[in-house]
Design a protein around this ligand. Structure first.
Ligand code: NAD
Length: 263
């Protein structure tokens, strides 16, 4: 087993589910201690921590900060560093979606999407960087999206937030260059998670079609590979970005999208 990240600690936001949990799992497999964050049933989250820790012989803790609130983001980093130890790797993954035409887009949904998908990364990065600079090692990984590179209809807030996250990634990469720290964005295409599940269910209801037909349509519209990307694939790329081999990759936006953004 390749334990290249043994002794490091990663904070992965939104890791009680989907892509975040996939990333946390691959980091743990590489020997990294993990801080899970996100919403969910308390007992189920406790069981998730125990399972991850036992399967990969790493330390796993949970912090339930609501990352839509800047002060909670900053307090979470301070608390983890005080209680558990340094945050060497920060994965800004928490995200939500809302789909509506711009004229009908509820202002409170706009605010929530921007706060969770973009502003949280600003607050968490600002809080984690001083320690990374002192130690001369840090990895900041922002989970953007194909929607950080191109747009789709009815996703104004999400597309704006993800384009913003790629901009933030580039700025942080410039400000940390030469300090042993890298900052990159991963841009997934369709990945079958609860976030996409909600969009599938909505289309099934609107158009009275079965799941298979809707899934095929989503892929046909955007993703030439015809296959969903997986949380494990995104996690494996995150592990690579944390390695010494990847130390010259910074400020990059890396699509994992089956060709979506090549079109
Ligand atoms: P998901 O719904 O499965 O997981 C989202 C996670 O974020 C959950 O753990 C949830 O509890 C957490 N979360 C939501 N609001 C939060 C808050 N205020 N504070 C703390 N945690 C919060 O979604 P996913 O598909 O795994 O998405 C993860 C990331 O990947 C998101 O940033 C999303 O935009 C991005 N992404 C997903 C896809 C896809 O196809 N699924 C594609 C491109 C990008």
């Amino acid at each position: 087993m390749d334990r290249t990240l043994a002794g490091k600690r990663a904070l992965v936001t939104g890791s009680t589910s989907g892509i975040g949990f996939g990333i946390a799992t691959e980091l743990a497999r590489a020997g990294c201690n993990v801080v899970l964050n996100g919403f969910g049933d308390a007992e189920a989250i406790k069981a998730l921590c125990v399972r991850l820790a036992q399967e990969h012989s790493v330390e796993v803790i949970y912090r339930g900060a609501d990352v839509s609130i800047g002060a909670e983001c900053r307090a979470m980093v301070a608390d983890v560093e005080a209680q558990a130890g340094p945050v060497d790797i920060l994965v800004n993954n928490a995200g939500i979606q809302h789909v509506a035409p711009v004229e009908q887009f509820p202002a409170e949904k706009w605010d929530a999407v921007l706060a969770i998908n973009l502003s949280s990364a600003f607050h968490l990065t600002a809080a984690a960087l001083p320690g990374m600079r002192t130690r001369g090692y840090g990895r900041l990984i922002n989970i953007a999206s194909a929607h950080g590179l191109v747009a789709s209809r009815e996703k104004a807030a999400y597309v704006a937030a993800k384009h913003g996250l790629i901009g933030l990634t580039k700025v942080v990469a410039l400000e940390t260059a030469g300090a042993g720290i890298t900052c990159n964005a991963i841009c997934p295409g369709w990945v079958l998670t609860p976030l996409v599940e909600a969009q599938i269910t909505e289309r099934m209801a609107q158009e009275s079609r079965d799941r298979r037909a809707v899934e095929q349509e989503l892929l046909r519209e955007k993703q030439p590979s015809g296959e969903f990307a997986t949380p494990e694939q995104i996690g494996a790329l995150a592990v690579f970005l944390c390695s010494a081999t990847a130390s010259s990759i910074t400020g990059a936006s890396l699509p994992v999208d089956g060709g979506w953004t090549a079109q």
